[in-house]
Design a protein around this ligand. Structure first.
Ligand code: RFL
Ligand code: PHB
Length: 389
């Protein structure tokens, strides 16, 4: 097979890039390791910055997002019984949209055939070749038969564990990493949310988050030790723990229900530089990971795609290479700022095993400051709604 760009991975990064390129008449094909059902079954992000909303609308696939997405104008930071309101709209004039990553993925997958965007699912042993030349290619196995796609460029949108980043020679890249000593246990349930706005809570027993997918579907998380297993958390125990960590006022409004999904995700900060090596570009989680506290992962995948699509379109349409030459530097600037915000909110809102009494006092002092300072609240709001492209 032959394409202008072969994209590895049908997560948000790969799907958004594929649609953007197809809209400009560029031939793109996506190679995905998992089945469509598996990708759609992964419950992940829920909070979209305007950057992501704009991108989905630009490719003409924003109808359902516009109809079903919930505009959120603020959120809460909770500390024990105190609730600090961050009025995003009032402080920045901007807001975010709550709409599940699975829903975006579904919208983009459903529209792929009519847009001429081919997605090969269940491709195993995906491998990248000749990335240092102008004729790179990707091989994979589909139903036991080896296939090959030749292209001008490869876009590695295959997440943290995918093969693209590893295809770069060790000597050209540097990875910066922080692994946190805890994970998030998430539960999805068809019950009304306990609050109109998200609540990030720092409690003596650890962090908790109250989020949602719709007016009838709630998403909650609690901080758990890295080696925790789901078997230790039957639904009742998890609801009891949420009620404690979210505080008495919120607990009164907490509606319990059976889990539709429950999973544990480790927390990590990671940045790989550079995001391009000759004919290979990295975008999204393939190049960087943020802890989910700032709701930045999917939104960073979107900003990478916005930069990369513009650069590739410029190259294919006008033969200009400054966009692709600057891609890594441009994307990384925004990535590092989101890394800083995600790390900082994670540090503020979680209980670290080795923080000690001093570390805790620093959190309380910072929360006191945020509660009293419009400037501090503005800084948080400005980052949460997303920094400009
Ligand atoms: P994805 O979504 O991981 O997609 C990568 C795709 O590549 C495929 N793949 C391969 N394909 C072919 N060959 C191989 N060898 C392959 N290896 C992997 C995978 O199957 C997959 O389909 O990466 P992408 O597209 O970069 O998107 C990134 C986002 O998924 C991620 O950053 C967010 O989900 C992070 N995140 C959040 N981000 C937000 O912006 N807002 C949020 O509210 C938010 N909440 C979250 C989150 C992530 C979470 N977890 C589970 C880590 C909440 C959680 C709990
Ligand atoms: C979610 O709803 O899954 C969610 C919301 C906010 C976050 C992380 C995850 O910061």
């Amino acid at each position: 097979m032959q394409a202008d760009v072969v994209i590895i991975g049908a997560g948000p990064a790969g799907l958004l890039l594929g649609h953007k390129l197809r809209r400009a008449g560029i031939d793109a094909i996506i190679i995905e390791r998992q089945s469509r059902e598996h990708v759609l079954g992964r419950i992940r992000a829920g909070v979209l910055e305007q950057v992501t909303v704009d991108l989905v609308e630009e490719i003409g696939l924003g109808a359902r997002l516009k109809q079903e997405g919930l505009a959120h104008h603020g959120f809460y930071l909770a500390d024990g019984e105190r609730l600090i309101h961050i009025d995003m709209q009032g402080l920045t004039g901007k807001s975010v949209v709550v709409y599940g990553q699975t829903e975006i993925t579904r919208d983009l997958m459903d529209a792929a055939p009519e847009r001429g965007l081919e997605i090969v699912f269940e491709a195993s042993e995906v491998a990248l070749h000749d990335i240092e030349t102008n004729k790179p290619f990707v091989t994979y196995l589909k139903d036991g038969v080896e296939a090959r796609v030749d292209a001008r460029f490869i876009a590695g949108c295959d997440g943290f564990h995918g093969p693209s980043r590893r295809a770069m020679p060790q000597s050209v890249g540097v990875g910066y990493e922080r692994v946190y000593p805890f994970g998030w246990l998430g539960i999805l349930a068809d019950v009304a949310p306990c609050s109109d706005e998200l609540i990030y809570a720092n409690h003596d027993r650890g962090f908790a988050l109250a989020s949602m997918r719709s007016h009838t579907r709630s998403r909650y998380y609690i901080q758990v030790p890295t080696d925790e297993t789901i078997e230790h958390w039957p639904d009742d125990r998890l609801w009891d723990e949420l009620a404690i960590r979210l505080g008495p006022e919120v607990a009164e409004r907490l509606t319990r229900g059976p889990a539709i999904e429950k999973s544990i995700a480790p927390l990590r900060s990671f940045v790989f530089e550079p995001m391009r090596h000759h004919s290979l570009f990295l975008a999204g989680d393939a190049a960087h990971i943020v802890p989910p506290t700032g709701a930045k992962g999917l939104n960073l995948a979107s900003s990478d795609v916005a930069y990369l699509a513009a650069a590739l379109i410029q190259w294919f349409e006008d033969g200009k290479s400054d966009g692709i030459d600057n891609y890594s530097q441009t994307a990384l600037k925004r990535v590092w700022k989101a890394e800083r915000f995600s790390w900082s909110l994670t540090s503020l809102m979680h209980r670290f095993p080795d923080a000690g009494a001093f570390g805790r006092r620093m959190q309380v002092a910072e929360l006191d400051y945020i509660a009293e300072s419009r400037a501090a609240q503005t800084a948080i709001a400005e980052n949460y709604v997303g920094l400009p492209l």
